[in-house]
Ligand binder design. Structure first.
Ligand SMILES: C[S@@+](CC[C@H](N)C(=O)[O-])C[C@H]1O[C@@H](n2cnc3c(N)ncnc32)[C@H](O)[C@@H]1O
Length: 232
């Protein structure tokens, strides 16, 4: 099921806006390394007033980490869920007019580039594989030469056996961090619409989008950070 097929697709994530941020550190057991690697990749050989596009920005968690790594950045946050984006605008209010929010679907035309960084966290797995490939291609198009596309993502195992392990390790690690039955049940409900792809499959998609130096920069079971650069 894709978000477009849900009865109330626009508000799918908005229903979790009040609990979303509080759950993150138990539901992403490798939280610091995961978001930290994305920020490191964004700021690699880059500083000053760069332009950043965050795809599926939600409440602005990734955007706030990117803003710390690139303190002069202009940030465009795109998401289909208006209440999530309102929370992001509150979170990033100290950045003033350097932050813009756009309510849109990831399948819609992207905001005009060029962007130095196009980043996303835990959102692109809501698209099917054709949608992912198409988004990576369109994201590569709006990148400036030398720009980087980063996806900090929930991924499928590369084999059915490993996929079972990815899910089992996640549940065990969340439990070890104190995740309650309610928290895991809400996460399971959110993940009912997920269509994750494996790291090798997504690296191939970044390759086909014409990016170079395509690599997986971090992985801990079902959490991975993949990236590729636009040639200069
Ligand atoms: C798990 S949240 C991640 C939010 C944020 N990037 C973070 O790291 O916390 C996924 C976000 O992707 C958005 N999303 C999912 N499918 C989308 C689509 N097709 N178009 C636009 N946004 C989408 C949801 O509304 C939600 O805010």
């Amino acid at each position: 099921m894709s978000t477009a097929d849900t009865p109330d697709a626009q508000a799918w994530f908005d229903r979790w806006v009040d609990t979303y941020d509080g759950d993150r550190r138990v539901l992403i057991p490798c939280f610091d390394a995961f978001y930290g690697t994305a920020a490191e990749a964004a700021a690699l050989d880059r500083s000053g007033p760069v332009r950043v596009l965050d795809l599926g920005a939600g409440t602005g968690l990734l955007a706030s980490v990117l803003a710390q790594a690139l303190p002069e950045a202009e940030l465009v946050l795109l998401d289909e869920a208006p209440a999530m984006l309102e929370r992001a605008a509150e979170r990033l209010a100290p950045l003033g007019d350097r932050v813009t929010t756009v309510v849109a679907d990831l399948r819609d035309p992207l905001p005009d580039g060029p962007f130095d960084v196009v980043a996303s966290a835990l959102a692109i797995h809501h698209l099917d594989d054709d949608g992912k490939s198409d988004l990576y291609r369109r994201a590569a198009e709006v990148l400036a030469p030398g720009g980087v596309l980063i996806n900090a993502e929930q991924v499928a195992g590369p084999t059915p056996q490993l996929d079972v392990q990815f899910k089992a390790r996640w549940r065990e690690h969340c439990r070890a961090l104190g995740a309650s039955d309610d928290t895991l049940a809400a996460a399971d409900a959110r993940m009912a619409i997920d269509l994750p792809a494996s790291v090798p499959d997504q690296l191939a998609m970044l390759d086909r989008a014409g990016l170079v130096d395509v690599a997986c920069l971090f992985q801990s079971w079902r959490f991975a950070v993949i990236a590729g650069w636009k040639a200069t």
